[in-house]
Every structure is written in C-alpha cells, then in structure tokens.
Design a protein around this ligand. Structure first.
Ligand SMILES: [Zn+2]
Length: 197
C-alpha cells in the first residue's frame, strides 16, 4: 500500500474557507482531509482542488491531448471541457475519434462534446463536415458527454433542419435540457460547468 500525507493550507471549496490541515493519500486516492487548525499557517503552501478549464479547444494549442495534459497538470489544471471542432473541421469524425483515442491514454479528464458546427460557416474551406446523423452517432459514444457549442445561431433562429436535428438529438439524450451542462464529480464537490450556448 502506498500512503503519504501532505500538510498545507487547505482551500476548501465546500466550506468556502482556508484552514491548516493534512491531506491523507492512499494508493493515489485522497482518503480524507484532516483539519489541524481553523487558521492559516503562513509558512505552509496552499492545497486546492485541480482546475477545470471549462472552455478550451485542445487542438488549438497545436498539441495532441496527451501532450496538452502533460503541460496543463503542471499548472494545476486536471480537466477540460472541450469541443474538438477544430480538428473536425479538417478531419471530420475521424479527427474526433483520434482525440478520444489519444485522450484515453492519460489520466487527465477530458470532457469532449460532439461538434455541432462543422464547418463553422458555409464559407469554410477546411474540407470536412459533420451532419446531424453523424452527431447522433457521436452522442451515442460514452466518451462524448454533450452537444458542443452551437455557434450557428442563425440556423437555430431560422429553423435550419440539420441544426434543429442536432439539438433535438441532444435534447432527447439528456431529457430536454437546452443549456449544455456537464456534472463533474471531484473528491471535494460536484461542479457544474458550461461550454458554449
Ligand atoms: Zn469554443
């Protein structure tokens, strides 16, 4: 059994307070957080939950997910909510499949969505497109958590059949929600994060 302890000023999101304490870790999992004082100790470092980047397109960093993760964790980010629509604009659903496959090779938490707007506009010349049927297939994958940012608001307003179908598939899947939301469970609390509209 691999156990260790870290002492520091615990930033508690749950109680909205900072106190001196010890984090007990066993086999890579936090077992409990021990409060040793109600106050802070100036000489100790601060310990807080990992950051969740709620809107980042991984491939815009010009890195594959596993490399993005390697660099992001150094800065405290442990998860992202990400629409892989940039790679999809060029590679279509094959690009999305690659992102999922590569992301699965690391422990970083990638919450990918099904790109809703590929191409972003009819003036795009990147080459790929993802239609409503393909969005439906993507939404059926366990690694795809939501319908990604619906940038095509003119399509929504003017009742574009393809656009409304994509939204309808997502509404059917989640039970009627219009705002995209993902619940992420951490060791501290449940966070609701949003990506796009
Ligand atoms: Zn975006």
């Amino acid at each position: 059994m691999n156990t260790f302890r870290i002492a520091g000023n615990i930033v508690s999101i749950e109680s909205k307070s900072i106190f001196e304490g010890i984090v007990h870790v066993e086999n890579g999992v936090i077992q409990h957080v021990e409060k040793t004082s109600n106050g802070k100790a100036e000489y100790l470092p601060y310990i807080l939950p990992g950051f969740i980047d709620s809107h980042v397109h991984i491939e815009s960093s010009m890195l594959i997910p596993s490399e993005f993760a390697r660099l992001a964790v150094v800065h405290g980010t442990v998860a992202t909510v990400s629409d892989p629509h940039e790679i999809a604009n060029v590679c279509g659903t094959n690009g999305v499949a690659y992102m999922l496959q590569n992301a699965a090779t690391v422990n970083f938490k990638f919450y990918f969505g099904a790109p809703s707007c590929v191409p972003a506009t009819t003036f795009e010349t990147a080459g790929a497109s993802i239609n409503a049927a393909e969005v439906k297939d993507l939404l059926a994958k366990p690694a795809i958590k939501y319908l990604s940012e619906m940038m095509n608001f003119p399509g929504v307003i003017h009742d574009d059949r393809e656009v409304l179908s994509k939204i309808a598939f997502e509404r059917e899947r989640v039970g009627g929600l219009l705002i995209q939301a993902v619940t992420i469970r951490t060791h501290i609390d449940d966070f609701i994060v949003f990506s796009g509209l």
